[in-house]
Design a protein around this ligand. Sequence first.
Ligand code: DX5
Ligand code: ZN
Length: 245
Amino acid sequence: MVDGEPKIVGSDSLMAGRFSFPTPIIAPSILKCDYGDMRSEVERLDRANARWFHWDVMDGHFVPNLSYGAMVIKAIRPKTKAFFDAHLMISDPEKYLKDFLDAGCDAITIHIEAVPQPTQLLQKIRAAGRLAGLAINPKTPVSRIEPYLNNCDLVLTMSVEPGFGGQKFIPDVLEKVRQLKELTKGQALLSIDGGIAADTISVAAQAGCHVFVAGSAIFDEPDYTSALSKLEQLAEVPINSCGGN
Ligand code: DX5
Ligand code: ZN
């Protein structure tokens, strides 16, 4: 066990490197926020006790959409103490790694479909004291990332085709989460992203997820505080249920 790797400490919290997370973790996907009023959005999320911000970085090449880059994340970094998780849906993450490290990202997740040999890049992210994440698209089998799991602090299972918020949850990916839970044995945070809402979060939790990215289910709601706490309650997996993390 290398120091800094995530490990489950008790049934409701996780340690990963210098980070400790009471689970479940609801991670608002900033992609759906009101960009015209980002300062207030950040304040609202802080008041709602959102401890983890999920930043969707899209390059219009790896995915058919363009979002924002490291400079936006860097501008928001001093405004909140929340944990920053950068989801890099870009074709060449290595080229921009330093920008995201300098922007103050605490976790950086790359896609196996963009980086077929991710070992070196994952090790670079870890060497910078951040959590190294690896993501798989809905059609990508777990076998594609299995050789690299020991370099991962976080594994992100996409439950929609990446590129847009507001899409329908793909339940078939839950079998991959169960496989990842078996393979990682609590040594990595299991994250799920896309279509997470009140009617999908519990099955994802039962499958073994720790981190639940939610865009529409938070930003389409008038009250972020109740939206977040409702999702948190639904993600609580009773210890005695077969799912228990
Ligand atoms: C999609 C992004 C997601 C998305 C989630 O490519 O990675 O984070 O914004 O939004 P919802 O929760 O609306 O599906
Ligand atoms: Zn995302």
